[in-house]
Design a protein around this ligand. Structure first.
Ligand SMILES: [Zn+2]
Length: 436
């Protein structure tokens, strides 16, 4: 039986779905205004692996997995203004990149991918309901959720009031009744993306979209709600408050599952710290998506994962070994030891160590596939050792640099490829490459 650590209960609990024929899982998805970094890829890979496990246990059609796309947000509006384009140009571009990058890591698209801009009506309906029930109020064109109207506010993060006010990093707004109150709807200025509403033309705050889309697509109470640790407060706390107040106290999710951060040395990887590594960069360096997936699964999902080059090279060595052991076998039965490790709160490091010890190639193939690994062909894995599109992309970058007379960059790319065993040859027809 699967056991999951539930952040709300603060313990591992046996996973018993409400309806085993329709298990519901929602994971907060990307805000599409920039390229995803490897820390953003971690929840995508972790919940893809959990989805595989649930489907293996309960049946291929047992799970309805929704992951939203936040395509209206102040950062998107700012990017669009900076580029002088419509916000949809930004969001289309980065959603496409996100799906490409996650696809390379073996992450299947979710069953349902609701977009905030397509779900304004259910959001407005939920806000109207909260206003009508006295849980939200209008102030200077904004609609705010009144946290003091919900007595259990803080149940997920268990913060005291002072920490909540500080942690919410709420803007000082004189019209708020309480400093911890948060925005459900805000006015849009002329020329800024917006929709008509009972409170004038405006746009939703971030938190309301998940509550409204969960209700619209999965129901009032879902089985699993997932996301990164950083979403516990305020985002998930606020989702719970909105949904429970709109649904007569019904719980929003029966299991709250949160993954840890990817760290860079002592720091969390984040755009604002400027220390990010993207899957796109790593793929362009010639690493394969499957290698990155194994690297991301090499720590338990709740633990921090320190990102390092050795982590990637170790993952590659392990995959070489696993592919060699699997040969061209077709998948058989899943190994009981691997299964047990995954049942125990998705213990992927233990599952991987058991995988490495397996001797029967068919068992190995089937067991690895639960983790989204060894799904390719062994011959292709070793052939030319990898997808060459990353190398081609680096060569294209180098040609571009040469064209711009940026010879330092061109030389650096040549040296980096050489360090990876790739030799470039410039000829009249362009640049060709070979392995050393
Ligand atoms: Zn959310």
């Amino acid at each position: 039986m699967i056991r999951l650590h539930d952040t709300l209960a603060r313990e591992k609990r046996p996973f018993v779905p409400q309806n085993p024929q329709r298990i519901t899982m929602y994971v907060c998805g990307p805000t599409v205004y920039g390229r995803a970094h490897i820390g953003n890829a971690r929840p995508a890979v972790v919940f893809d692996t959990l989805a595989r496990l649930i489907r293996h246990e309960f049946g291929a059609k047992s799970l309805a997995y929704a992951r939203n796309v936040t395509d209206v947000d102040d950062k998107i509006i700012a990017s669009a203004e900076a580029e002088g384009v419509d916000p949809a140009v930004i969001t289309d571009r980065y959603e496409r990149h996100y799906l490409e990058d996650m696809g390379a890591l073996g992450v299947a698209p979710p069953d349902i991918a609701p977009h905030a801009t397509q779900e304004i009506r259910p959001m407005v309906a939920m806000i109207e309901r909260l206003v009508g029930l006295g849980h939200a109020y209008e102030a200077e064109g904004h609609i705010l959720f009144s946290v003091t109207s919900h007595k259990d506010y803080g149940e997920l993060s268990r913060r005291d009031r002072e920490a909540m006010v500080a942690g919410a990093r709420v803007e000082v707004a004189p019209y708020k009744r309480d400093p911890a109150d948060f925005v459900l709807w805000k006015p849009s200025a002329e020329g800024v993306i917006g929709w008509d509403s009972p409170w004038g033309r405006g746009r939703p705050g971030w938190h309301i979209e998940c509550s409204a889309m969960i209700q619209a697509h999965l129901g009032e109470t879902i089985d699993i709600h997932g996301g990164g640790l950083d979403l516990i407060f305020p985002h998930h706390e606020n989702e719970i408050a909105q949904s429970r107040c709109a649904h007569a106290g019904a719980p929003l999710a029966r299991y709250w599952v949160h993954n840890g951060f990817v760290d860079m040395g002592a720091e969390k990887m984040s755009k604002s710290l400027g220390n990010i590594i993207t899957p796109a960069d790593l793929l362009a360096q010639g690493h394969r998506g499957e290698t990155l997936r194994l690297a991301l699964l090499s720590a338990h999902y709740r633990s921090p994962l320190p990102w390092a080059e050795t982590l990637v090279s170790q993952a590659k060595t392990n995959l070489d070994r696993l592919y060699r052991a699997a040969g061209d076998a077709s998948p058989g039965e899943v190994d009981a030891g691997v299964m047990e490790a995954l049942w125990d709160d998705l213990n992927t490091p233990l599952a991987l160590s058991r995988l490495v010890a397996l001797e029967d190639p068919s068992t190995l193939k089937a067991s690895a596939s639960l983790l989204g690994l060894l799904e390719g062909n062994t011959e292709e894995w070793f052939q030319g050792d990898g997808d060459s599109s990353g190398i081609e992309a680096r060569i294209a970058d180098r040609s571009e640099a040469k064209k711009n007379r940026d010879f330092a960059t061109a030389d650096r790319i040549r040296d980096e490829l050489k360090a990876d065993g790739i030799v470039l040859e410039d000829g009249p027809g362009g640049t060709t490459w070979r392995r050393e």
